[in-house]
Design a protein around this ligand. Structure first.
Ligand code: NAI
Ligand code: MG
Length: 498
């Protein structure tokens, strides 16, 4: 194992990375039944970091059984909402107390800047848990007046949906894991969580904290392994009541097919190709900052990334000059260096995929304004890249690249209306943003954009209280807010003949 020598790793980080890793099933730490492992790579240098068990359908079966027993009987099934709330809050406190370490593990595993991990991913995770802890005691049914001739007393019970399979990606590994478990636990469900094979480490650290917080055995189980083995088995398992997935649209469709067998409930957070529209009256300095972060944050590996920029002719040159300058000033480097602003991509495959898309964009007729190449002698870096003169039918404009690549289209006064249609003309509908100082235009355009989250004079708008999800092929359902509790509950109607 080689850890970045330049870095001042916490002793606890070093210890965690160096220890042998096991999966967390029914409160026990276990290896894969077939004894296999998968290798975890440090994207900053391409070297192996450690290995974790490569669980398969056999391990998933054991975990689902544990989750079923924990759901049906015992401590968790009988726990009061207030006690569940306390457990969630305790987990939040433990995450906050260990936040620096978790951020370092995430940075080593995923590549992202350690400060982004600490103050973005990890901070959001404990705040989300605290927000969801508040819902535990407020999940209510209703009394319903019936119109039958004989008198009835009728009411609804809002009850947990049951055993949940949750499959998460590598771009915000820890945050996605918490994002999934928090509402499910608030609702009283039990869970089998499968992290991405590229970044399994922080989910295992989360499992340690879940044990430390005192959740009963079997309530949360973490099975590491490949998507096509462990993931597919979880999606297809007949005793899983609900599957929640974040990842590619391609795999989302597979999950849906697999879930069809027992008609388990499905929620999907999938890809995006989010537009950012800059009108000529925008505050350009502020817009440039928001747009640069919209596309380059997390090295562009963000489902809501603002990947398509529509900019009015009158201000295009000035805005693009500012964006090029920001792209060129971004400090690229290993996530563990505290001055790094943009880390590597997660894997060699993703690096290759992004570089192939840049080449394709240039073949399709785009103009390179900055970037365009891999960066550095080792690791999976790609330069922040801006492609000008892109058009709606180009593949770089239609497909999710998942890297630091911005596609630019300019529009004139006459095209202003058409540009909204173009913004909507991809298979996706996750996020969108509008930059203007005209209040009426901002709200009118917001109403016309087919996207689950819309920013006005900002791009990424994410909060534990704000419903999050996509239109069209960006997914099904809304996470965060009360809507997330709805995803993890079922309504039971009860009628009493009086
Ligand atoms: P992926 O969608 O294959 O992986 C996401 C998760 O799904 C991982 O945990 C993986 O193990 C699991 N998975 C894979 N195949 C599965 C299957 N057949 N059944 C059940 N689970 C399965 O994403 P991948 O291949 O890592 O990345 C490819 C592209 O997907 C990226 O370039 C990006 O465009 C997109 N992506 C989008 C994400 C988002 O948040 N919107 C996150 C990750 C990837
Ligand atoms: Mg895949």
């Amino acid at each position: 194992m080689t850890l970045d020598s330049a870095q001042q790793l916490l002793e606890s980080t070093r210890k965690f990375i160096s220890a042998p890793h096991k999966m967390f099933i029914n409160g026990d730490w276990v290896g894969a039944i077939n004894g296999d492992f998968l290798e975890v790579i440090n994207p900053a240098n391409g070297n192996p970091l450690t290995r974790v068990p490569a669980g398969t359908s056999e391990d998933i079966a054991v975990a689902v059984k544990a989750a079923r027993i924990a759901f049906e009987q015992g401590e968790w099934a009988d726990m009061t909402p207030a006690s569940r709330s306390k457990l969630l809050w305790k987990l939040a406190d433990l995450i906050e107390a260990n936040a620096d370490e978790i951020a370092q593990i995430e940075s080593l595993d995923n590549g992202k800047p350690v400060n982004d991990a600490r103050w973005g991913d990890i901070a959001f995770s404990y705040e989300l848990l605290r927000y969801m802890a508040g819902w535990c005691t407020k999940i209510c049914g209703q009394t319903i007046p019936l119109s039958a001739a004989a008198p009835f007393h009728a009411y609804t019970l809002r009850t947990p949906v049951g055993v949940c399979g949750q499959i998460v990606p590598w771009n915000f590994s820890f945050m996605m894991a918490v994002w999934k478990i928090a509402p499910a636990l608030a609702a009283g469900c039990t869970i089998v969580l499968k992290p991405a094979e590229q970044t399994p480490l922080t989910a295992l650290r989360l499992a340690e904290l879940i044990a430390e917080a005192g959740f009963p055995r079997g309530v949360v189980n973490v099975v590491t392994g490949y998507g096509e083995h462990a993931g597919a088995a979880l999606a297809a398992h007949p005793d899983v009541d609900k599957i929640a997935f974040t990842g590619s649209t391609e795999v989302g469709k597979k999950i849906l097919t697999a879930a069809g067998d027992n008609l388990k409930k499905v929620s999907l957070e999938l890809g995006g190709k989010s537009p950012m529209i800059v009108f000529k009256d925008a505050d350009l300095a502020k817009a440039a900052l928001a747009i640069a972060s919209g596309i380059f944050y997390n090295t562009g590996q963000t489902c809501t990334a603002g990947t398509r920029l529509y900019v009015h002719d009158a201000i295009a040159d000035e805005l693009l000059a500012a964006l090029v300058q920001q792209a060129q000033q971004l400090k690229i480097g290993p996530g563990l260096s505290t001055d790094t602003q943009m880390g590597p991509l997660v894997s060699k495959e993703q690096q290759q995929r992004v570089c192939d898309y840049i080449t394709l964009g240039l073949q399709e007729g785009a103009t390179l304004l900055t970037g365009g190449k891999c960066w550095g002698k080792e690791g999976f870096y790609v330069e922040p890249t801006i492609l000008d003169n892109t058009t709606i039918n180009m593949r770089v404009v239609q497909e999710e690249i998942f890297g630091p690549v911005l596609c630019v289209t300019r529009f004139s006064d006459e095209q202003e209306n058409d540009i909204i249609s173009q913004a909507n003309a991809t298979p996706y509908g996750l996020a969108a943003s509008i930059f203007t100082q005209d209040v009426s235009r901002a709200h009118l355009v917001a109403k016309r954009l087919k996207a689950g989250t819309i920013g006005i004079n900002t791009h990424h708008v994410i909060d534990p209280a704000l419903p999050f999800g996509g239109f069209k092929q960006s997914g099904w359902g809304r996470e965060m807010g009360w809507e997330a509790i709805e995803l993890y509950t079922e309504i039971r109607s009860v009628g009493v003949a009086l």
